[in-house]
Design a protein around this ligand. Structure first.
Ligand SMILES: Cc1cc2nc3c(=O)[nH]c(=O)nc-3n(C[C@H](O)[C@H](O)[C@H](O)COP(=O)(O)OP(=O)(O)OC[C@H]3O[C@@H](n4cnc5c(N)ncnc54)[C@H](O)[C@@H]3O)c2cc1C
Length: 384
């Protein structure tokens, strides 16, 4: 196997402590969280106390000022623990960076330290019942009234939505201007008129509190606007390569874990008086998958290097998101097959990983949208 060269001994020490945290504080509770449909807030506080939330935020805002490889380690170890319940990545590496980059000093001071401590949980609400891939079709409005914006509309499919204390809302401040009339606002659940809807029942990610959110004349102070009014789309575009790479990072780690569970299983399991591993079909199948997962690993690691050098472009990140999440689904499907009937039983990790994998091709921009982005970078234009 090609050795990984990204991580220092300090990153590996950090990895050991994240792995222990997953084993001691997450895995033992996860079945219960999946049954109740959300994680206990206690685990967020424990993660915060261990420095596992918002590690890349500067120390003055409660973080460790760590490089993003620490965030990569967190994502990989959560994937290896087969955990899809905790929306730590979205909280720490999607929401917090928007606040840091575009929030006022007062907003950063108010929210980031509490997010890093796990005392506040954050979400981002772009999607609506009528607008997902086509975010220009967002109908939620934020009308300026004196020193406030009045926010009206509804959002759906929001990760951490039921547990969240604050949410970055994508809203139209000038609906006539389309993308150029879109802004980002920080809405606090304490604000009057903000309500949470149902926790959505999903085929996988069963412990993740994906929810609907409703805004009925919510008065949001003007200082909760992120950056400039009308620039929301520009800000969303700037963060997309990192957000998409995060999906590829977890997909590669999950695929590696699935191969390992399957290798162990087929070595033990017997049929026709021999191990399942001894059938040529099993060995060739695992050889093929191991090759593809190795290709994914090298590609993802190179993308991480580009990210660290601030040169990861949108098309390359889209390639990683689409190709590695497709591969993850293929690996899970083949590995379920090699487990036979046990692969269909949720007490085996592969069954859960199989259902959890499917959404990776959908959220963060569907894989079809990724191909649109890639094809545009090839100078092929695109649909109007
Ligand atoms: C579990 C889960 C968690 C999520 N978390 C969040 C969250 O935290 N915050 C948030 O804002 N959103 C979240 N989402 C929403 C997610 O980002 C959207 O579901 C996704 O972007 C797709 O939008 P849609 O569901 O409206 O599908 P649609 O846009 O209606 O797409 C339907 C189909 O049409 C295809 N399609 C659309 N446009 C094109 C095109 N131009 N070319 C080719 N094909 C096209 C799509 O690829 C798809 O196959 C989450 C979704 C899920 C399922």
């Amino acid at each position: 196997m090609i050795p990984r060269t990204l991580f220092s001994p300090e990153h590996e020490t950090f990895r050991d402590s994240v792995r222990r945290f997953m084993q001691d504080e997450v895995v033992p509770h996860d079945e219960r969280w999946q049954e109740q449909g959300f994680a206990d807030r206690e685990v967020w506080r424990k993660a915060g106390a261990n420095g596992f939330l918002c590690p890349s935020m500067p120390p003055e805002y409660g973080g460790a000022g760590a490089d993003r490889l620490y965030s990569v380690v967190l994502m990989e170890e959560q994937a290896r623990a087969n955990n899809s319940t905790l929306g730590f990545g979205l909280h720490s590496e999607i929401v917090a960076p928007y606040l840091l980059a575009y929030g006022t000093e007062a907003l950063k001071k108010k929210y980031l330290p509490k997010m890093a401590a796990g005392e506040m949980i954050a979400a981002i609400a772009m999607s609506e019942p009528g607008a997902g891939s086509d975010l220009q079709g967002v109908k939620t409005t934020a009308q300026k009234k004196g020193r406030h914006y009045r926010v009206n509309g509804s959002k759906t499919f929001i990760t951490n939505g039921w547990n969240c204390d604050l949410v970055i809302v994508v809203a139209k401040t000038d609906p006539a201007k389309g993308a150029k009339g879109t802004s980002l606002l920080v809405v606090d659940t304490a604000m009057k008129g903000f309500t949470k809807g149902r926790r959505l029942k999903k085929m996988g990610l069963k412990g993740q509190d994906t929810a609907e959110l409703f805004f009925d004349n919510v008065e949001v102070p003007a200082e909760n606007l992120l950056g400039q009014e009308g620039n929301g789309f520009v800000y969303l575009m700037q963060e997309l390569p990192w957000e998409r790479l995060q999906i590829a990072i977890s997909a590669a780690a999950k695929a590696e874990a699935a191969l390992e569970w399957t290798r162990a299983y087929v070595t033990e399991r017997k049929a026709f008086g021999r191990t399942v591993a001894s059938f040529q079909n099993t060995r060739f199948k695992l050889a093929e998958l191991a090759t593809e997962v190795q290709i994914a690993r090298v590609f993802v690691d190179r993308c991480i290097e580009l990210l660290l050098n601030k040169t990861l472009d949108a098309a390359t990140a889209s390639m990683a998101k689409y190709w590695v999440s497709d591969l993850e689904c293929k690996v899970m499907d083949e590995c379920v097959q090699l487990h036979g009937g046990y692969g269909y039983m949720l007490e085996f990790p592969i069954a859960r990983a199989y259902v959890d994998a499917r959404v990776q091709r959908i959220y963060g921009g569907t894989n079809e949208i990724m191909k649109e982005v890639i094809s545009r970078s090839l100078g092929l234009g695109g649909e109007k």
